[in-house]
Design a protein around this ligand. Structure first.
Ligand SMILES: N[C@@H](CCC(=O)N[C@@H](CS)C(=O)NCC(=O)O)C(=O)O
Length: 307
């Protein structure tokens, strides 16, 4: 139980879709714990200490925030170099960056407002939609992201689809001859657009065919678990051994700190700095409910403050 990854997610989450498809590629067995679509998330908040985004992964008493870090964990766990973003060539990396920044937000802005409203009503009902819209309206507060709207969003999306079409004219998959993290990072904003628009994707023939191929990878072996099981795994495990920290840590190891995203959903998590490497920050959180937890964040896109 304790070494199998638990994914805290919800079905409509595009960043979670990116991760679920990685389980499909690697044919992994994983535990699924479905979270509410907005905070409070009683299955998750006590573990993360307040990180508000989805997905989050858990292995025992180690908690991994952000799909970038979860990808690293799956790559290591499944020994799958195709999921290592550092091995992806520059043209594909540029597409991944664009997809997960401008295109992710453009995917929502490019949907006609009445259609988007209809999608949310169908998914959540009138009261749920009101709560959802109110929650998401606050998501960008204090962050650095300024999403494109309406016509601008459609231009971003169309230009991305054109770049993807020309990439897929050169190779079968975005990263080259085989499926890789580059496919999942570029696919999930399009999946978001398709779901919000409730229409099949209209794009060039290569993109449409690739989109179906990625979707067909499925989710590997998904097994639902309860909150009690996830909490039990955290309680019964010790965090794994810490990696060596960099010499030039911006904050002394052991200092009281806060870590949070800088782009959106900027709520910080408090703890003490357990380790900091080139690409991750690990916070120690002493909790009454679970004992010691280690919460991992990527360095890229996250702020670290000494309290
Ligand atoms: N950089 C983050 C972005 C995650 C993200 O934006 N997730 C969306 C859902 S797909 C989210 O958390 N939305 C607000 C929420 O669900 O509370 C990652 O890669 O995990």
């Amino acid at each position: 139980m304790n070494t199998t990854m638990i994914l805290h997610h919800y079905d409509n989450s595009p960043y979670a879709e990116k991760i679920r498809l990685m389980f499909g590629l690697t044919k992994a067995h994983w535990y699924s714990l479905v979270s509410p679509v907005q905070p409070p998330r009683p299955n998750l908040d006590p573990l993360t200490g307040g990180y508000r985004r989805i997905p989050v992964a858990q292995i025992g008493a180690d908690i991994f925030c952000d799909s970038a870090l979860i990808t690293r964990e799956i790559a290591a766990m499944m020994q799958c170099p195709a999921l290592d973003p550092t091995l992806i060539e520059a043209e594909a990396t540029a597409l991944m960056d664009k997809a997960e920044k401008e295109v992710f937000f453009a995917a929502i802005g490019a949907v006609a407002p009445m259609r988007l409203l209809g999608t949310m009503l169908l998914a959540f009902g009138p009261l749920g939609m009101y709560r959802f819209v109110k929650d998401r309206a606050g998501l960008l507060k204090g962050g650095t992201v300024r999403p494109p709207q309406g016509g601008d969003a459609k231009v971003v999306l169309d230009s991305f689809l054109a770049s993807l079409e020309s990439r897929l004219e050169q190779c079968a998959w975005v990263g080259g001859d085989a499926a890789s993290v580059a496919d999942f990072a570029t696919y999930h904003p399009l999946w978001l657009y398709v779901n919000c628009n409730r229409r099949p994707l209209k794009a060039g023939p290569k993109v449409e065919e690739w989109y179906r191929r990625v979707a067909d990878m499925g989710y590997g072996q998904r097994e639902e678990i309860t909150q009690d099981k996830a909490f039990g795994a955290a309680r019964e495990s010790d965090p794994r051994a810490l990696p060596a920290s960099v010499d030039n840590a911006p904050v002394p190891i052991g200092a009281a700190v806060e870590v949070g995203p800088s782009d959106y959903g900027v709520l910080p998590v408090a703890g003490s700095l357990a380790a900091i490497t080139e690409d991750r920050i690990i916070l120690a959180r002493d909790t009454a409910e679970f004992g010691l937890l280690h919460v991992h964040f990527p360095r890229a896109g996250y702020s670290l403050f000494q309290k």
